[in-house]
Design a binder for this molecule. Structure first.
Ligand code: HEC
Length: 199
């Protein structure tokens, strides 16, 4: 028998295994790879001891709870800030904010207050009569907290952010005194505003 029949047969790395003409070589794994492999095992022991035996450090669930707590604190801080600043807020005159407010109004409020604010299910927002007070801050409060027993939603529960409420309230402020056709007459519980209280 001739040792040099084919060059492949001589290769000590060549296995008997072949698929679709592809032959398998029994190479050693690269040294760096093997080192990584051992390192991973060592690291796994370290990890297990650190986190699960000596209970050092925070696991993912604890990290998540902590981050959520921080996020909630930020959020409620911002909401509290808005609620306490609310009385002193002034309607914005920024055209971009008013345009955003108008869009919000058309989408969410017009079905009840009519696109021109003249009133439908909800009261007229253009006249001098207000159920919940005539100040800009009163409007902000009503939109934020709603009058749920009377059919006005609390928009803070509808995913509105302070900025959204600010924008839509600023927009409806511009509707005051615009006399749209066929307005809804003043509601029963009314409070009249003297014209000079409009700016
Ligand atoms: C489902 C119908 C409905 C929708 C939608 C609605 N409102 Fe109202 N809104 C009402 C009703 C009803 C009242 C009167 C509540 C009352 O009688 O106390 C009201 C009251 C108000 C008031 C106070 C009016 C006053 O006389 O003091 C403001 C301001 C107001 N809405 C703004 C908005 C804005 C802004 C939106 C959209 C983000 C909106 N509303 C969406 C039904 C609605």
């Amino acid at each position: 028998m001739n040792d040099h029949e084919t060059p492949e047969k001589k290769d000590p790395l060549l296995l008997d295994h072949e698929a679709d003409g592809i032959k398998e070589l029994d190479n050693d794994l690269p040294r760096w790879w093997v080192w990584l492999f051992w390192l991973c095992i060592v690291q796994a022991f370290g990890y297990m001891l650190y986190y699960h035996v000596f209970n050092q450090g925070r696991l993912q669930a604890a990290e998540y709870t902590e981050e959520s707590r921080l996020g909630d604190a930020l959020k409620s801080g911002a909401l509290q800030k808005f609620e306490s600043a609310l009385v002193s807020l002034q309607p914005s005159k920024d055209p971009a904010i008013l345009a955003k407010g108008q869009q919000t109004f058309t989408t969410y409020c017009a079905p009840c207050h009519r696109a021109d604010g003249g009133g439908l299910v909800g009261p007229n927002l253009t006249d001098d009569f207000w159920i919940h007070g005539d100040k800009f801050a009163d409007n902000l409060k009503t939109i934020w907290n709603g009058a749920e027993d009377k059919g006005m939603l609390a928009w803070k529960k509808q995913g509105f952010k302070p900025d959204d409420v600010m924008a839509v309230a600023s927009y409806i402020y511009t509707l005051r005194g615009t006399k749209p056709p066929n307005p809804k007459p003043p509601e029963n519980t009314v409070q009249e505003v003297k014209p000079n209280e409009f700016e």
